[in-house]
Each structure stands twice: as structure tokens, then as C-alpha cells.
Write a protein that binds this ligand. Structure first.
Ligand SMILES: *Cc1c(COP(=O)(O)O)cnc(C)c1O
Length: 224
């Protein structure tokens, strides 16, 4: 085992332990975020037992998805409508449905291929200007409209709280998304995944109900 692989193995073990402790018996799914991570390192991560991988840029993701088609790939970043054709059919879950025009573009491409497209709706809980995501006040109506799209499957919610070095500052946003997750029961959608928590704040997110965490830097720190 090379030094890099040993480091990666130790990181994975540590994150899985921390996740298990935070989950306290609940099932929490780990998405390993491989943006800016070299293909060979991603391959090692799969060999070491990670199964679900996330990317936030289509251009960077496509060669990795093509090289490692057996992994479960998630798309977690802002998605432009002109890239929808590259994403539908290649990623098993899109975390970042953040506007109606994107819902329509996903629906159109999925209908063309006659396959379902599974998505989470991204909610901008803090109302940050520069961030994607729905205003919580629009969520209920958005879900009701999305439920009518034949090939779109809404399976939950995602959020990214405002950046802060102190994870406790994220807690109110996680708590509010969890509340919306249980409040928004719309026929034709399923609230199965609550995607929240990254390297710096996943334990707080899990404590506030997350069952899908997206972790990059803590897994790949010190590995090149
Ligand atoms: C990069 C990224 C992550 C992972 O962030 P880390 O702090 O590296 O764990 C999670 N979610 C999204 C949407 C990202 O772009």
C-alpha cells in the first residue's frame, strides 16, 4: 500500500467512525465528493470501499463517470440547462434542482430517453443572494408542480448553509430544512433523502436529521 493509499484509508475509517457515532443507529448515506481529486485517487477510494461519489462540475465529472461507471454518481453542483443532456442517465441522483426551468429541462431530457430522473430540491434556507435554491416559501407549490412531471422523481431536499468556520452556526439552517422536510408531504413526491452536511459540519447536520452527507476535503486531505 502506498503512503497515499494508507492516508486515504485512514481518512475513510475516521470519517466513517465519526459518521456512525453521529448517526446513533440511524442509516446515513455518505457521498464522497471527488471534485479536484485525481482519477487514480478516486479509483483507490472505490477500492477502499466507498461506493457513492459526488461531483459539482459537469466538465470535470464526465471523464470520471466514464472511467468508473460502476460507482453510484451523484451530481451536487449548480446545473446549467445546456448541460442537462450530459447529466440525465449518467448520475443516479441530482441534489441541486433549484429552479423551475431546470425541472422542465430535466423532464424533457428524461422523457426523451424514457428514463426517470431522480432529484432533490435545493432550498436556500438563509436566503443568500449568491446561492442557488428555492425560497422556503415557494417550496410547497414547487413540489406540487414538480410532482406532475412524468419523468421527474423528487426524493427529498438539500441545502448548503452560509459558510462559517463554526459548525454550530449551521445548526439553525439544518434544523429549518429538517422541519420543511417533514412539513412538505406532497403526493407524487417522496421525502426520502435529507442532504445536508459537509466536511466541516456533518455531525451537526446528522444530529439535525440529515441522512445524506456530502464530504470531500475531510476524506481526501493530504492525499494527492
Ligand atoms: C464541495 C462540495 C461539498 C463538499 O465540501 P467539503 O467541505 O470539501 O466536504 C459538498 N457539497 C457541495 C455542493 C460541494 O460543492
Amino acid at each position: 500500500m502506498t503512503e497515499n493509499t494508507a492516508r486515504l484509508a485512514a481518512n475513510i475509517r475516521e470519517i466513517k467512525n465519526r459518521l456512525q457515532r453521529a448517526a446513533a443507529g440511524r442509516e446515513v448515506k455518505l457521498v464522497a465528493v471527488t471534485k479536484n481529486v485525481a482519477l487514480e485517487t478516486v479509483r483507490s477510494a472505490l477500492d477502499l470501499g466507498l461506493t457513492c461519489l459526488g461531483e459539482n462540475r459537469v466538465q470535470e465529472a464526465l471523464p470520471k463517470v466514464a472511467a468508473l461507471p460502476l460507482a453510484e454518481w451523484h451530481f451536487i453542483g449548480r446545473l446549467q440547462t445546456n448541460k442537462v443532456k450530459d447529466v440525465v442517465g449518467r448520475f443516479s441522483l441530482i441534489h441541486s434542482l433549484d429552479r423551475w426551468r431546470l425541472a422542465l429541462a430535466l423532464q424533457e431530457q428524461a422523457a426523451r430517453l424514457d428514463i426517470p430522473v431522480r432529484v432533490l430540491v435545493q432550498v436556500n434556507v438563509a436566503g443568500e443572494e449568491q446561492k442557488g435554491g428555492l425560497d422556503p416559501a415557494e417550496l410547497q407549490d414547487f413540489l406540487a408542480e414538480a410532482a406532475r412531471l412524468s419523468h421527474l422523481r423528487v426524493e427529498g431536499l438539500m441545502t448548503m448553509p452560509p459558510y462559517s468556520p463554526d459548525p454550530e452556526n449551521s445548526r439553525p439552517y439544518f434544523r429549518e430544512l429538517n422541519r420543511l422536510f417533514y412539513a412538505c408531504r406532497v403526493p407524487g413526491t417522496t421525502m426520502r433523502y435529507l442532504s445536508m452536511g459537509m466536511s466541516g459540519d456533518f455531525e451537526v447536520a446528522v444530529a439535525e436529521g440529515s441522512n445524506l452527507v456530502r464530504i470531500g476535503s475531510a476524506l481526501f486531505a493530504g492525499v494527492n
